[in-house]
Design a protein around this ligand. Sequence first.
Ligand code: KG4
Length: 342
Amino acid sequence: MSEKEITILGIESSCDDTSAAIIRDETILSNVVASQKVHEEFGGVVPELASRAHQQNIIPVVDLAIKRAGINREDIDAVAFTRGPGLLGSLLVGTSFAKGFTLSMNIPLIEVNHLQGHVLALFIRENGVEYNPPNFPFLCLLVSGGNSQIILVRDYLDMEVIGQTIDDAAGEAFDKCAKVMGLPYPGGPHVDRLAKGGNPRRFEFSKPRIPGLDYSFSGLKTNFLYFLRDHLKENESFIEENKQDLCASLQHTIIDILMSKLKRAAKETGIREITVAGGVSANSGLRSALREYAAKFGWSLVIPKFEYTMDNAAMIAITGYYKYLNKEFVGQNVVPFARTQL
Ligand code: KG4
């Protein structure tokens, strides 16, 4: 893309993963992720503990990313960091580190929107791995613990949210319903695993009636909670005896909600280039449903590698790379933000 190779250090600290990555042009050289185990016993991320853990992790994680990439600090052309959205205390750690690093090395600082990073993860190249990025314009179903959106992507840095959740995210629906069933945090992967042995049509849960391309998951969460409460009154082993069917039926409902709006978005925009991003895109049921719809409606489908669907700094580094080419730099007065749009 450019004549001189560009080397970017990416930093991600928006939630409970401390991550650093090195990208040279679009090719990943290293991607180190330190996941914080400290939250497991609380059944969710504890913001104060998350920022403390980021403080402990950030220097060793960056150090390891540079070593694994086989480069020197002096080879880095710019630092890209997640500015938001996320937990403010967590974001502050990555932001402060990035500022200090760029100041000491006298190189540019690049702010990255975490959601844009999830989308651009689709463009990460890996040495020796076939490169299969989507063509513009495409639709991206971004489903994570904090967001559920349908994004119309016209170019690397030109995106528009055309549908989004008006309350909870899909990942939250997975995690909160899993918690009610006594499953560990984060519950999404456990529901996915248990659903494989269950009947997705055994129980029926409510689906929202929201106009347009927007989503809603809070009604489903409440419906699931009351459904269990009512059955537990009659049979206290109800969850244990029906766990697989409960997971399969819950997952089936969430996927149905996600896919119906995605199908509508494809129809309304006339775009058949479809992608998925964010932690929930690891869900095996969602991946199968996407493949099924792609075959049925003639979509060209790009599903990212599992490693780049979860929170990671490689996606921040690649976004930083495109912003570097555009010379989109920020000053030392930049501050993180907890909530934002694309
Ligand atoms: O993108 P991500 O790592 O973090 C955010 O930025 O939110 O997404 C984390 C979310 C959690 O809600 C987790 O339960 C969900 O992704 N998740 C899954 C699966 N793997 C991760 N949900 C359903 N099935 C999975 N296999």
